[in-house]
Ligand binder design. Structure first.
Ligand code: HEC
Length: 254
């Protein structure tokens, strides 16, 4: 490549085809991040029975609520309106006793009358028409298992690193930024990704670490917004000022 071509290695000078490619990718990733935000609200956000992600939600999701069971938390939360106070008390009492099999005969009709219409037919919900699965939910809540943490961790590490290599690659072509600052912003999501995932594991043992889960997640969202906004602006708005950017942003010796 000659010097003139290399001098166009920057966002405002890119041709329409590659700008379209980068933009398509960035738009799809933005929708993906919005979806993951909604998903977090609906799963972890509801863990304490109230909408919105709080430190308690993170503690319940990863450490569990060790004075209580998932059944009890839900009967005081999002499932509160599904049974009368009397029926709820019967179920909570049974859970607190450790969900004994001897009393299953007594609580089974309460589950059938109030819960089974959903909790036996909707996929993904625990089924309350047989003892084993019901007892699982009624036992003391120990939070995320090593199994599920391992599974979700490796999906996140690979998936999120894969998102940020391309977001970072596009952003690395931005003009007008200090080279060291740019390198720092590119490094942020990888750093926070490690913090986020390790704090899931640490929180499952020490609930005080729940804050780090929130900080980690917030950290790479911020890095994403900065890189996304800068790249979009420099690809579509900046070229309109008619200036010629004759810089190779991938070269250190400028
Ligand atoms: C109208 C349908 C419906 C009825 C009736 C219903 N549930 Fe649910 N239940 C759901 C849905 C949907 C979810 C998932 C969303 C959530 O966690 O709030 C859920 C979640 C739960 C969970 C958490 C499951 C998990 O693994 O996270 C528990 C525990 C639960 N319900 C208990 C009950 C009990 C006990 C009753 C009866 C008193 C009941 N539900 C009645 C629809 C229902």
């Amino acid at each position: 490549m000659n010097n003139k071509v290399m001098g166009q290695m920057n966002l405002p000078s890119l041709g329409i085809a590659v700008r379209t490619l980068f933009t398509g990718y960035l738009l799809v990733m933005a929708v993906g991040f919005i979806m993951s935000g909604i998903q977090i609200l609906l799963t972890h956000g509801m863990a304490d029975g109230k909408l919105g992600v709080s430190v308690d939600d993170v503690v319940y999701s990863y450490h569990g609520n060790r004075n209580s069971s998932k059944l009890e938390v839900k009967l005081n939360g999002s499932m509160k309106d599904k049974a009368s106070d009397k029926d709820r008390t019967t179920l909570i009492k049974w859970a607190r006793e450790g969900a004994p099999l001897e009393h299953w005969k007594k609580v089974e009709p309460v589950f059938s009358a109030n819960c089974v219409q959903c909790h036996s037919s909707i996929p993904g919900l625990p089924k309350f028409d047989e003892y084993e699965e019901t007892a699982e939910v009624a036992k003391t809540d120990m939070g995320a298992s090593v199994d599920s943490l391992t599974r979700v961790s490796h999906i996140h590490l690979f998936g999120i690193a894969f998102i940020f290599i391309f977001v970072g690659l596009i952003f690395s072509l931005a003009v007008g930024l200090n080279e060291k600052l740019k390198a720092f912003i590119i490094a942020i999501p990888f750093g926070f990704l490690i913090i986020d995932i390790s704090s899931w594991w640490i929180t499952s043992i020490f609930p005080q670490f729940a804050w780090f889960v929130i900080i980690g997640g917030f950290g790479y969202m911020m890095a994403f917004v900065i890189m996304w906004g800068t790249s979009m602006y420099q690809m579509w708005i900046l070229p309109r000022n008619g200036k010629d950017y004759n810089i190779n942003e991938w070269n250190d010796n400028r």
